[in-house]
Design a protein. Structure first.
Length: 345
């Protein structure tokens, strides 16, 4: 066993024989426990996530949300791009025809998927755009029947705002303030004053963190060439990048975590900081949308060509920021019913 651990340490951590011999048993036990914990995380992620299997209701629901959200995002453009999100429509046909999905039609996320499919068809019909090669009238009628009384041609997957109506609650009580925060993807292209961004980051720093260790950092990128390269790698902001002139990169620093049990704490503290940052930006009327950095190490290597970040830091999220247009739309992003989330045991 000792030989196997030794070999593993040599190969994975670059720890040679001499260093290994000098190590205390307690240290060796820690390496072993860390490896075991990461291995267990690895196994659970393989088994329970949607990478390899797409066979349970919750896995299918996740894929449905992913694809319906692409339709919502396509609805944000002032003039509709004909036949937008075609790949998502094709994927949704497969999921939305599954019996287990039809049986769950009253669940929020399934219902909104059927509603978006109907809105998509109605919009193309009204605009006289042919989509029959990937979305037939028969399919549309089928979805409409599933919705029954829940179908309405007033349904909107995107909500329109004026600048003033969007920010009318930014200094209201927390309930109104929180209900009014939404991701904005369309900016004027004008730059937000750096002093205001600093104020927002300062406010976000009220975020609690484990033992107050405050591992978060926020970088501001304003070089448009770099922003475009970074967002190209990011990939989830396609179609909206043109007007992005400022990008925040939120990281947390591994130096601040000291136990094996804390191996995921950097993501937790980073997530808490992110939420506070989004609220702080909203408070200061800085339009923003989190842009996920759920990336592989290979993608992070490509990123390092454009931006230097210390190895100890993990990117939690990117946040394109800007000034909102006088009129703009945001995604509906329907939330679940409380009973889907709050369970009393
Ligand atoms: C960690 C994280 C990553 C996200 N990544 C993206 C992204 O890559 N592209 C995008 O358009 N929206 C992204 N979003 C925005 C979500 O789509 C949005 O928060 C969600 O639909 C809820 O809508 P709301 O923020 O308007 O309430 C992300 C949100 C979070 C929290």
């Amino acid at each position: 066993m000792k030989a196997r651990i030794k070999d593993l340490l040599r190969r994975v951590m670059g720890i040679n024989n001499a260093r290994f011999l000098g190590m205390s048993m307690a240290r060796i036990r820690s390496y072993k426990s860390l490896a075991f914990n990461f291995w267990t995380d690895f196994r659970l992620y393989c088994k329970e996530s949607t990478i390899f299997k797409k066979d349970s209701y919750r896995k299918i629901e996740a894929l449905i949300i992913l694809d319906y959200h692409r339709i919502e995002k396509g609805l944000l453009f002032e003039s509709m791009k004909p036949r937008f999100a075609m790949v998502s429509i094709v994927a949704l046909h497969v999921y939305l025809n599954k019996e287990m999905v039809i049986a769950a039609k009253s669940r929020t996320q399934i219902k909104v998927a059927y509603q978006l499919m109907c809105q998509y068809y109605d919009l193309h019909q009204r605009a006289g755009i042919y989509i029959g090669d990937y979305y037939t009238n028969e399919q549309y009628v089928f979805y409409k029947n599933i919705l029954g009384e829940e179908y309405s041609n007033d349904f909107q997957g995107a909500i329109k705002y004026s600048f003033d109506s969007f920010y009318r609650f930014n200094e209201a009580d927390f309930k109104c303030f929180s209900n009014s925060r939404k991701s904005i993807r369309n900016f004027t292209g004008e730059k937000v004053n750096e002093v205001l961004i600093r104020d927002a980051v300062q406010l976000a720093m009220n975020a609690p963190s484990v033992c107050n260790r405050q591992s978060a950092k926020v970088y501001l990128v304003e070089d448009k060439v770099k922003i475009d390269k970074i967002l190209e790698i990011q990939g989830g902001f396609r179609g909206y990048t043109e007007q992005v002139g400022q990008l925040l990169i939120l990281t947390t620093d591994r130096n601040y975590f000291y136990t094996i049990g804390e191996r995921n704490q950097l993501y937790i503290d980073g997530g808490i900081f992110l939420m506070n940052l989004l609220y702080a930006l909203h408070y200061y009327k800085i339009a923003n949308c989190p842009a996920n950095w759920g990336k592989t190490v290979q993608e992070e290597e490509v990123l390092s060509k454009y931006i230097f970040l210390p190895n100890s830091e993990k990117i939690i999220c990117m946040v394109p920021i800007g000034v909102a247009n006088p009129e703009f739309s945001v995604c509906l992003s329907r939330r679940r019913d409380i009973d889907e989330v709050f369970i009393s045991l």
